[in-house]
Design a binder for this molecule. Structure first.
Ligand SMILES: NC(=O)c1ccc[n+]([C@@H]2O[C@H](COP(=O)([O-])OP(=O)(O)OC[C@H]3O[C@@H](n4cnc5c(N)ncnc54)[C@H](OP(=O)(O)O)[C@@H]3O)[C@@H](O)[C@H]2O)c1
Length: 250
């Protein structure tokens, strides 16, 4: 079984912890926050009590030596990687980072960890969205003449255009004007890529239902990453490896 530590126990981290704790491939050994909320704090993930460690106070090396893990999953904040990065590098601990908004400096540092251990970082960690992007890229390459529009729908309060929709536009070499955004009620996240052909229409749709989807994506990334040699990977890289293997086996 793979021993895992989870950094970040906020909105996303809580859902991810439940998914990892329920997955028989993984043993969720501990959860890290900035500071524990109480002395000897534990959280309940799945049915198990998981100890909590605070990273901001230092002592990461000693904690890792006393509670070793094979991999760390990060759903915290961009700068947290500077607190644990060297400890991972020295111990060869793998990293799955879901942080969506690394600065260039932070991302360069995360990439540098890939020189010594296995690292995957992706601002989009659901299997569904990454599959949608792959399928859209494929269709675009074989039908460059089709009209393409992107539709994204989110909860009423989301102010900005979806980063995922912008990533889809960028991947398909489309102007961001091709994105239509709707803000309605409590929609968690809906992305649709519409290909208009003369005599047919193809719609690729992804709807996020619950944050647990981030946990499923992290579990997939962990399993695939641990099969790779040390290096820096994106979710795309790991997915493409699986797709190639699937096509060769077919
Ligand atoms: N890639 C994806 O698809 C995806 C999807 C969802 C979220 N995310 C990313 O996940 C992250 C968390 O999102 P969220 O909505 O869950 O945020 P959130 O509710 O604000 O939770 C943030 C968590 O990170 C912890 N934290 C912050 N700085 C830390 C540090 N230096 N060391 C250790 N722990 C630290 C916080 O600790 P305390 O509990 O002590 O405050 C808290 O538990 C964001 O970076 C977001 O971009 C990515």
């Amino acid at each position: 079984m793979v021993n895992v530590g989870l950094v970040g126990y906020g909105k996303a981290g809580m859902a991810v912890a439940d998914v990892l704790a329920a997955d028989p491939r993984y043993n969720l050994r501990w959860v890290a926050r900035r500071h524990p909320h109480a002395e000897g704090e534990t959280v309940t993930a799945g049915a198990q009590a998981v100890p909590v460690v605070g990273l901001a106070g230092g002592g990461v090396e000693a904690w890792l030596d006393a509670h070793p893990v094979d991999a760390l999953v990060d759903f915290s904040q961009p700068d947290a990687v500077f607190l644990y990065g060297e400890a991972l590098r020295q111990r060869g601990v793998a990293l799955v980072s879901a942080i969506s908004a690394y600065s260039n400096k932070e991302l360069d540092y995360v990439r540098s960890l890939g020189e010594h251990t296995r690292v995957m970082a992706s601002p989009n960690i659901t299997l569904g969205i990454n599959f949608l992007i792959l399928a859209a890229k494929l269709l675009r390459s074989i039908a460059p003449f089709a009209d393409v529009e992107i539709l994204e729908q989110h909860f009423r309060e989301k102010p900005e255009v979806s980063g995922t929709a912008r990533k889809i536009a960028q991947t398909l070499a489309l102007d961001e004007e091709r994105i239509t955004s709707l803000r309605l009620g409590g929609i968690v996240g809906h992305h649709e890529v519409i290909f208009g052909f003369p005599y047919q229409t193809v719609r690729l749709i992804h709807s996020a239902i619950k944050r647990e989807a981030f946990g499923t994506g992290a579990a997939f990334a962990l399993a695939e990453l641990l099969n790779q040699p040390p290096g820096f990977y994106t979710f795309d890289d790991l997915l493409m490896t699986r797709v190639r293997q699937g096509l060769q086996a077919a």
